[in-house]
Design a binder for this molecule. Structure first.
Ligand SMILES: [Zn+2]
Length: 134
């Protein structure tokens, strides 16, 4: 999908209270092995803030934080689904759960892994990779 035109996808939580629209510029996603991502089954798609629009559900969202409290783990207080959040690695971006997007599967994305069990070292590597892409 690289080089293709951006796709606009919609997604949200299970009960429908939370809905959003995201512009996907490249089908690249990340799986993380940290304590919370493994339990959530979160498949990460990072998008710029301007490529994300919360259509509804701001009032349905509640937020869990832990550790450094940098990541804002939003979830729907009705159905409990974590459909997107603000990640510690990229607090200026939005991290969408590919599993919550309609019309796509994680296998439609090029998946890489983030070693969240060794977070500090892994994030340096990730940021260095981002810089070389810009
Ligand atoms: Zn919900």
């Amino acid at each position: 999908m690289d080089g293709a035109s951006p796709e606009v996808l919609e997604g949200g939580c299970h009960c429908g209270a939370v809905r959003y629209r995201a512009t996907v510029r490249s089908r690249e996603a990340v799986e993380c092995n940290c304590s919370i991502c493994t339990k959530k089954g979160f498949v990460h798609l990072l998008v710029a803030e301007e490529d994300f629009e919360l259509l509804r559900g701001a009032d349905a969202l509640t937020t869990y934080t832990f550790g450094t409290h940098t990541a804002k783990h939003h979830f729907c207080r009705h159905c409990g689904i974590h459909s997107y959040y603000r990640p510690r690695s990229h607090p200026e971006r939005i991290d969408v759960n590919v599993r919550c997007l309609e019309g796509v599967e994680p296998s439609d994305f090029r998946l890489s892994t983030f070693d969240g069990q060794n977070w500090e070292g892994s994030v340096e590597e990730l940021r260095a990779r981002d810089r070389t892409r810009q």
